[in-house]
Unconditional design. Structure first.
Length: 207
């Protein structure tokens, strides 16, 4: 195959095209090391060597660094690697690599996510956030089972109280319009009417 284009990304990084198709990103020193420049024929063996010894190694290290920076879902990690212009194959292998060490675990991520937010958001809102992060529905359901006591609204009621305090809403001082407004706000946040009514009715006792 032929190197048809070497396109600068930065002063030190370049996109390499083989037979007209984007292949991988290499640093300036790597271009020199592998003798890559436009018009050069690249053997399949050399391409495989670059992909395995350079690109895949870099993808694995990048995945580790991203997970050291913060916990992520598999979907989020894959997206970050794709943004780094790694091939689908390199992304798959890098994900499997970090999984093998237990660094990537969507079930654990979902549990930690629910625990950290159940006192400030509704279950509906938390679930929507998890879905947006690419967590599978069954893993989200399992996390809710673990993090909430069955049949209880421990997290929901406390979350409503926190929002009322933050909004400086006092049921005794609020008129009908203000009360309807806070009900509407909490409903849009995903809190059930019965939960909101219970908290507001007992607000002075619970606050």
């Amino acid at each position: 195959m032929t190197v048809t284009k070497v396109e600068p990304l930065t002063k030190m990084k370049f996109k390499v095209y083989l037979d007209g198709q984007f292949a991988f990103v290499l640093y300036k020193g790597e271009l020199s090391r592998f003798g890559i420049k436009e018009g050069v024929n690249l053997s399949e063996e050399m391409e495989e060597k670059i992909r395995m010894e350079v690109i895949l190694k870099r993808a694995k290290l990048r995945a580790l660094h991203l997970l050291e920076d913060m916990d992520r879902t598999e979907a989020a990690l894959r997206e970050k690697l794709r943004q780094g212009m790694y091939s689908a194959d390199a992304v798959d292998k890098a994900v499997e690599y970090v999984k093998s060490f237990g660094y990537l675990n969507d079930a654990r991520y979902a549990e930690n996510f629910v625990r950290s937010r159940k006192g400030g958001k509704s279950r509906k809102e938390i679930r929507a956030l998890l879905m947006g992060k690419g967590v599978a529905p069954e893993l989200a359901d399992a996390a809710f089972e673990i993090c909430y006591d069955r049949g209880e609204d421990d997290g929901e009621e406390e979350a409503v109280r926190k929002i009322l305090r933050k909004k400086r809403f006092n049921p005794e001082d609020a008129d009908e319009v203000q009360t309807q407004k806070i009900y509407g706000y909490l409903a849009r946040k995903g809190f059930r009417y019965d939960t909101v009514r219970q908290v507001i009715q007992n607000y002075n006792e619970d606050a």
